[in-house]
Design a protein around this ligand. Structure first.
Ligand code: CTP
Length: 397
């Protein structure tokens, strides 16, 4: 289902409908009232070979619009104006397209188009961020000359890019189907006494996103997770652990089966030296706890990696690339994903992350601030190309 809204870029919907149908899609077009001032429904009905749904179509007791949205595999809104994005982000159901957005249970892709200042306005940015947290995929906008004559971000993404996104979402890649991916996620809990523990602020979101994406791309996926509020992704073998020692045992047990290891867990580097069996009570004196180091699971995995691809993470608060490179070398990793946890949007428990991926050849790939699912995608893209390099296969044909 393609929603077309009232931006000058609505004229590009003509080309978009042609490109989608040429790619094999069955396209049902929904036009808002203002979109119809730029392009006629007749044009899009002719190209899509279906009547165009408009606000008037909603006044039909058979509710053809609901049947159409329930049949759709995906809702693409291109161009999506600032007003439309605001309506979606606030759950308004004040016209047909907004109503269909709420009724749609399938993936949603939005391709914003507007003037640069509008796009930069925090209202638009916050609305887009909110829609992303609900799972919407945002394509573009591109930067360039806009209808107003100004240069900046706000151009509708290239038709090819929109088609590629839709294709990826409808026909997900299965490029990991010959891999067994072992992912660790979450914090560990190191008990001090029966009621207290030593831990970190990790939520597990990054590791769960990697596991979800690996499973979607066809890998047999094993997720070893410390305590997390998240539900295990579907199609993933899940092993819940608490302590670093339990995580180590779970990882080493499954190491023989794994071909890719991705260690996103924030493992506690230390644990209390002595397990105190009864609750520590308050005294009027300072308390000193003795901590002993936990084994570095990643280092152990790296030392016996064989043909496996091993990816580590590095959470840093400064000298990001330098420290991450030291870890990459010391732990025999193929890749290390480093983030500066002091940066906005890149710390713990965020929906987004801004990471740098370092490889053994000295490569430093800086990714922009992205939702964690997309960061996961980019990490797995690197895993796929490493595998192709290792096996001498180009992945073509
Ligand atoms: N890691 C691990 N076992 C540990 C500690 C860390 O497997 N006991 C892994 C993490 O899962 C992560 C990577 O090592 O992939 C880096 O963790 P980090 O805490 O950033 O680095 P450390 O090597 O522990 O070094 P430091 O704490 O000194 O920065």
């Amino acid at each position: 289902m393609l929603g077309v809204t009232g931006s000058i870029a609505a004229y590009k919907a003509v080309e978009l409908v042609r490109a989608l149908t040429t790619a094999g899609a069955d396209v049902r077009v929904v036009m808002t009232a203002s979109a119809q001032r730029f392009v006629t429904p007749l044009t899009l009905a002719t190209l899509s070979r279906y009547p165009v749904l408009t606000d008037e179509s909603a006044w039909d007791a058979r509710m053809p619009h609901l049947a159409a949205v329930h049949e759709a595999d995906l809702l693409l809104v291109a161009p999506a104006t600032a007003g439309r994005i605001a309506r979606f982000a606030h759950g308004l159901a004040d016209d047909l397209l907004s109503t269909l957005f709420l009724a749609c249970t399938r993936p949603v892709v939005l391709a914003p188009a507007m003037d640069a200042d509008m796009y930069r306005h925090p209202a638009v940015q916050e609305n887009l961020a909110r829609l992303r947290t609900w799972g919407a995929r945002i394509v573009g906008p591109a930067t360039g000359e806009l209808a107003s004559g100004v240069r900046g971000p706000g151009r509708l993404a290239e038709i090819g890019e929109i088609i590629q996104t839709v294709t990826e979402m409808l026909c997900p890649q299965r490029d990991l189907s010959s891999e067994v991916v072992l992912v660790t996620a979450g914090p560990t809990y190191e008990p001090l006494d029966p009621v207290r523990y030593l831990s970190s602020r990790a939520s597990g979101k990054m590791g769960y996103a990697v596991a979800k994406e690996a499973a979607a791309r066809g890998a047999r996926t094993i997720l070893v997770s410390g305590p997390s509020a998240l539900s295990p992704p579907r199609g993933v073998e899940f092993i819940g652990v608490e302590t670093a020692m339990q995580m180590r045992a779970a990882v080493l047990d499954r190491l023989a089966a794994a071909t890719v290891i991705i260690k996103a867990a924030a493992v506690s580097d230390y644990r209390p030296a002595h397990r105190i069996e009864s609750k520590l009570t308050k005294r009027d004196a300072p308390l000193t706890l003795e901590l002993v180091p936990n084994p570095d699971i990643l280092r152990e995995v790296g030392a016996q990696k064989g043909a496996r691809i091993v990816v580590g993470f590095a959470a840093e608060t400064g000298e990001l690339v330098q420290r991450a490179r030291q870890k990459l070398v010391a732990k025999h990793l193929d890749l290390i994903v480093a983030n500066d946890v002091t940066q906005e949007g890149a710390g713990f428990a965020c929906e987004t992350n801004r990471v740098v991926i370092l490889d053994q050849d000295g490569g430093v790939e800086e990714l922009p601030l992205l939702p964690k699912r997309q960061v996961a995608r980019r990490i797995l893209d690197r895993v796929v190309s490493l595998r192709q390099q290792k096996t001498g296969c180009t992945g073509q044909g």
